[in-house]
Design a protein around this ligand. Structure first.
Ligand code: IMP
Ligand code: MG
Length: 186
């Protein structure tokens, strides 16, 4: 399915993952996580802004009690590729010492962002630290980061929807789309 949107030239969105496919996979991940953390106090750490829709659906599908915190990170620079530097815009409010922490992120791309976050949180001595990503672009990996829970492997290409943005747009789309840039602008 192709959908033309009237913004930034003739950008084209092609459906990659339907809302039903995403919902079904989120449910499966929630069952797995609920099993793995039974009897433990789980703290979900969402990475703003991209992960908030995924996190909201995931936490409501969990069958165990959880707590939630957020961090906000930015990779230096703007646009469709992340540059080589990460900075913290919003840090955790709560201590994670001795807690079971599961980072929830939208996309694992080169691994720069999550590598940075994992290292930063590991230094704060959680009881355990794991990673849950909705999408993984394995072909793009430059850092040795492997998710403990993964929704989907996706091919290289820029994706939007279900919380994921391009220049802060398209987050509200209920499904996940691949965005094609007009060749004249590329
Ligand atoms: P990494 O640091 O290269 O792994 O990039 C991870 C971050 O880049 C993600 O948290 C996203 O915010 C952003 N990102 C990577 N690929 C995409 C994409 O296809 N669409 C939107 N954001 C993306
Ligand atoms: Mg992000």
């Amino acid at each position: 399915m192709k959908m033309q949107v009237n913004t930034q030239g003739h950008t084209t969105l092609s459906l990659l993952l339907s809302r039903e496919a995403v919902a079904a996979r989120v449910k499966e991940l929630a069952i797995q996580i609920s099993r793995d953390y039974t009897g433990k106090d789980l703290l979900l750490v969402g990475v703003l802004k991209g992960a908030f829709v995924f996190l909201a659906d995931l936490m409501r599908a969990l069958e165990i009690p959880v707590q939630v915190e957020f961090v906000r990170l930015a990779s230096y620079g703007k646009g469709a590729t992340s540059a080589g530097h990460v900075r913290v815009i919003l840090d955790l409010e709560a201590s994670i010492v001795g807690r079971h922490v599961l980072i929830v992120e939208d996309i694992l791309d080169t691994g720069l962002t999550l590598g940075f976050l994992l290292e930063r949180l590991r230094a704060r001595q959680p009881a355990s630290l794991k990673l849950c990503v909705l999408l993984s672009k394995r072909i793009r990996r430059a850092y040795d980061i492997t998710p403990d829970y993964k929704g989907f492997d996706v091919p290289d290409g820029f994706v939007v929807g279900y919380g994921i943005d391009y220049a802060d747009r398209y987050r509200s789309l209920p499904a996940i789309y691949t965005l094609s840039f007009p060749s004249s602008d590329a």
